[in-house]
Design a protein. Sequence first.
Length: 332
Amino acid sequence: YIDKKDKFKNLFCIMEIHPTLLVIFILFINISIQSRAYLNFEEYNSVPGLRGIKIHKDCIHEIPSGSSVEHIGNQILVNGEPLPICNKKYQLPNSVKRALPADGWQTWTAYDNKENKTFTTFNGNMTVPQPPKDWRGYDPNTGVIYYFTGLQNDNWVPDSIIPSGSPDDFVIIQPVIQYGAATTPFGELDWVVSSWYVTVAHGVLYSTPITVQPNDNIYGIMQQTGSSSWFINSILPDGTSTNITVTNDNIINMPWSYCTLEVYKIFSCDYLPTSDQIVEFKNMVLNDENNNPVKPEWDILFEYTGRSLNPCNSSFVEIDPFNLNLQFQNLD
């Protein structure tokens, strides 16, 4: 047994002898700090909601909580300031089927408001599970777990039996809880929450992420605030929140509601929370175009035509129309 202090003492003794090693070490630490991101910023990245469609890093933006987003044509403005126009074509996912790694939407629920008319509210709680027990030898900058409630303007779920093709006007809004993908600088992993506005052709924005703890109860809000405006908010138990408000003519009608587990580069089911860890989607509230309560009739769906075929048997269980349980794996 060697005490940690002795390890560091030996390390710095070596560096005194070899100054070049010290320079390399400092450069490594500097790069590690600068590379902190809540997404794995390769050239193209998977984001929540697009089920494997990859978006160029130049089109993905973290913005401050409380920001006002206006999306007009190809231009997105944040607090009145234009973002660079996203002119990078997205990448379609690899269509090769395999058992692992798990990629894409693994299991989800879907409900379309009657006559395809917009919802005006989709709120509810999501609990935070214990982290995966085994992220052993695995680069935290690559794998990621997302789960969320979401509203879409189109029942488009790429790489599945749900209508194929990528509509350029597609939008999903969502409060998202995630694990992995460089949630801290040096590979220590946390659950974090943020509020997302995701498009296929024009860019992706998410509010400043906040670290959350196992057993936290996160309240997600998607509230229509004007005919073409939505407020997306994620609230922690202590009242801290991270949110954005978005205005776009493409979100006037948001009739499709979802609860979803989405993952990328999960090479083993041990990289998911264990089978006894249940996420509760509870006390959900959906209101119709007249702001009247809606009783959803959920379809529970699985990735059985996509690339990874839900290898860990993730599943939703309906307790009642307003309460669902998510199990990350069930290998019994």
